[in-house]
Design a protein around this ligand. Sequence first.
Ligand SMILES: NC(=O)c1ccc[n+]([C@@H]2O[C@H](COP(=O)([O-])OP(=O)(O)OC[C@H]3O[C@@H](n4cnc5c(N)ncnc54)[C@H](OP(=O)(O)O)[C@@H]3O)[C@@H](O)[C@H]2O)c1
Length: 479
Amino acid sequence: MATEKSAIFIIFGGSGDLAHRKLYPSLFRLYKSGILKNHFAVIGTARRPWSDDYFRETVITSLKDYFDDDETIMEEFSKHFFYQSHDVNDSEHYIALKNLAAKLDDQFEAGHNRVYYMAIAPRFFGTVAEHLNSEGLKTKDGYNRLVIEKPFGRDLDSACELNGNIAKAFPEDDIYRIDHYLGKEMIQDIPHIRSNNDKFEEALNNKYVSNIQVTLAESLGVEDRGGYYETSGVLRDMVQNHIMQIIGTIASDNPESDDAKLIHQNKSDLFSSLKELAPDEVDSNFIRGQYDTDKLGDAKAYRQEDNVAEDSNIETFVAGKIEFNTKRWSGVPFYVRSGKRLQEKSSRIDIVFNEKVEELGIRPNTVVTLLIEKEDGNSILINGINYKDAGQDFIKFPEEAKFDKAREAYESLIIDILSGNRVHFTLWDELRSTWKYIDTIRESWDAQQPDFPNYLSGSMGPDAAEMLLERNGHSWIWD
Ligand SMILES: NC(=O)c1ccc[n+]([C@@H]2O[C@H](COP(=O)([O-])OP(=O)(O)OC[C@H]3O[C@@H](n4cnc5c(N)ncnc54)[C@H](OP(=O)(O)O)[C@@H]3O)[C@@H](O)[C@H]2O)c1
């Protein structure tokens, strides 16, 4: 039976896209499973002057896109929703918010717990955190947890500045930086897979691994997010955070316990050993691309998308080789790749073993693939075949990993926030190292004129991505 949680959620950007597409559906799932029941309320805030009733209508309308439940339960759920018009720069508004939160806390007996969720533009994160502190919104008797969406900065300097502003208002232990890949089942299962398969874990090092590949490929283009993408590009949008965190999960030392501090310490140690690139090494280790139209000339090229400059040099594809200076991993390339408008959608980790792995009873050159998006929980392939049928038994999907199946990433992350579990969030130390690494690539790219567009929509990206691996005698497993 689910344990009921109590909290008042204050959602900054409560009228926005993320809130309606991800947060409210996830809260509804938690409501249906009894994790949220009687002792919670959600205050949506944004500038537009909505009434509670109108806000509830928008919540129900968005739920209908995802659920076919009876409307009665949606209406019951929506009675926990309240709207407060609010401009993040106006101190008075924070007082109104504080009073409403206190009133709802009494009404719903929410235990003085507060979750402040930043579903607004990143430029407001620091301002909101500071006001929450200065206007006294933080309660004394319950917890006060600050949830921050990506992106956390756009380079090391801006991330440091943002972190400094937030740290003045909230202790690091109360900050939950979202990387929704860390909410995905397969990513959460990796530590269990590693600790329940001794031979697999024993083989995860430079003696037995030839290379590791992380691919996050999308078939869609930027859709209606061209404006955002112009300020980001795939290097910032996918590599600095999601891809690095995936690598952190598969390559950091796997602690025996679920202790969040230990897990993060190991991840932070790994990231601080990233083999930095000198500016003149960037081009031989990282390549970029931007999508053109497709073979038939039907699809929009990136430069034709809405809110995108006609001569934009923003990359929609990246492939790179990352290395670590640790005893365990030195000499093993981690090839990473992410892009838009690729042939199909795929999110996967391919671990390519070498010949020596035979010593452990694993067939030489075996490839283990962990599929990140598959929903059935059995997403492990050995040489492209489901592990159960592959005729090798060094890796299994452990019973332990089957807990909490079929949860959406956001649902799972919200449970963690309500439970005070920071394992699946990114900590500042980790971000500092990954930004530092990414900045070198960005600076080198920004100083050169790319030859864009350089790959067709519906292809596997630019040819240079293949050459990057061929140079080392390797090739992409997903091809
Ligand atoms: N959408 C996604 O899929 C997605 C995915 C990952 C991360 N994120 C991150 O989530 C955050 C929100 O993204 P979004 O796509 O939901 O954006 P959005 O749809 O543009 O929503 C922005 C929200 O902020 C409010 N707002 C704007 N200026 C404000 C102000 N001065 N004071 C108070 N409220 C203000 C807007 O309402 P008013 O105009 O009424 O004020 C709106 O509710 C961003 O940090 C984004 O990077 C989004």
